[in-house]
Design a protein around this ligand. Structure first.
Ligand SMILES: *[C@@H]1O[C@H](CO)[C@@H](O)[C@H](O)[C@H]1NC(C)=O
Ligand SMILES: *[C@@H]1O[C@H](CO)[C@@H](O)[C@H](O)[C@H]1NC(C)=O
Length: 346
């Protein structure tokens, strides 16, 4: 008897698990969690065996966590409803392809994490997102990236600050044009053969670089060390550049002077300056409009007070007139008569 019940229970569990696996139980029933994080609306659909981006979520979602699911493809409509997303977490899925215009409308998007997927490239529209600061594409085999980047419109629109391309099978840093805001790049665990000086020159504000486990050839390794030392880039994770016994380094010119002399470096510096100028102007404009607003409010208050005083005076005058009607003017009499007529008919 007992054994039968146990067998029955086990078979129920197996059937339930199968139903889950085949998607008979709809995703709606396994609800995503709603949270408030730093005043942002976060929807957590973490590790839910999802195969598609759910379409039943609140459209006010600002942080969307879809990590650890089984999403294979991102479609044009996947995020159509969620135009307010600021942080989009899609790491640890199986994303292979992204339809064009999947992200293009996400003008508030500041961070996207596509790491640990099956991407072969970075969808180029990501680089044109007007608010995007942090881009994670690490642990994807980006074999088509270099070819696709030839079609990239430069300079990119995204004010990129952080770029993670670790473990992407890259032989060189990706060339995405002038990136004056970029201060941190992670290119570790890539089979880097060289670092093109032009690409390095586009990152004139670099403060942190991770090149661990990159197997860089000895010359490229020394060049990058030279560059980093002179630029005083502090936060670095660098491979040891071991000189093989008897090797000559004379044919390996120092990188710093070459890089700094390139037009890309100059353009990046110019972009930095104009960005700083723009922000200064924005601050000044902000202060001025603040002062203007305060003045406006003050003026409004003064006028209101004045009007109130005048009203009080008038009321006093009216009272006097009411007590002593002979002082009233003829026009006032007519109005009073009119008013009385209305009173009578009412
Ligand atoms: C670079 O990325 C790899 C893989 O994501 C990570 O393990 C490593 O800690 C990162 N390095 C830095 C300095 O953040
Ligand atoms: C490289 O640039 C530095 C600083 O601008 C300068 O002192 C040095 O002489 C240059 N080296 C070469 C080989 O041009």
């Amino acid at each position: 008897m007992d054994l039968r019940i146990i067998i029955l229970q086990i078979s129920y569990i197996i059937i339930f698990a199968k139903m889950l696996a085949f998607g008979f139980i709809s995703q709606d029933e396994r609800k995503c969690k709603y949270l408030k994080v730093d005043r942002l609306t976060k929807v957590k659909c973490f590790d839910m065996n999802l195969r598609e981006v759910p379409q039943f979520l609140s459209t006010s979602v600002e942080v969307l966590d879809l990590a650890f699911n089984r999403i294979k493809k991102l479609k044009r409509h996947s995020f159509k409803r969620y135009g307010k997303i600021k942080y989009l977490l899609l790491y640890e899925n199986m994303i292979q392809s992204v339809e064009p215009e999947t992200f293009a409308h996400l003008s508030s998007l500041q961070e996207i994490d596509l790491s640990n997927n099956a991407l072969l490239t970075i969808p180029l529209e990501i680089f044109q997102l007007p608010s995007l600061r942090n881009l994670y594409v690490d642990s994807n085999d980006l074999i088509n990236l270099n070819n696709d980047l030839k079609r990239l419109e430069k300079p990119i629109q995204a004010p990129l600050e952080y770029f993670n391309v670790a473990e992407c099978g890259l032989q060189d840093l990706p060339d995405i044009g002038i990136v004056p805001y970029l201060w941190q790049i992670n290119a570790s665990s890539n089979p880097l053969k060289e670092i093109t000086t032009e690409t390095l020159a586009t990152m004139c504000n670099l403060k942190s670089i991770d090149l661990l486990k990159t197997q860089m050839p000895i010359c490229a390794c020394h060049q990058i060390l030279d560059y980093i030392n002179i630029r005083k880039i502090k936060n670095t994770f660098l491979p040891m550049c071991q000189i093989p016994v008897g090797a000559e380094l004379d044919e390996c010119p120092p990188l710093y002077n070459i890089t700094v002399g390139l037009p890309e470096y100059e353009q990046c510096n110019q972009a930095t300056l104009s960005a700083a100028a723009k922000s200064t102007w924005l601050t000044i404009a902000g202060c001025l409009s603040g002062v203007f607003l305060v003045l406006l409010i003050l003026l409004y208050c003064i006028r209101r007070r004045k009007r109130r005083k005048e009203k009080k005076k008038e009321m006093k005058r009216e009272k006097k007139r009411f007590i002593n009607p002979t002082t009233a003017t003829t026009t006032n009499n007519i109005i009073q008569q009119d008013e009385c007529m209305i009173c009578d008919t009412a």
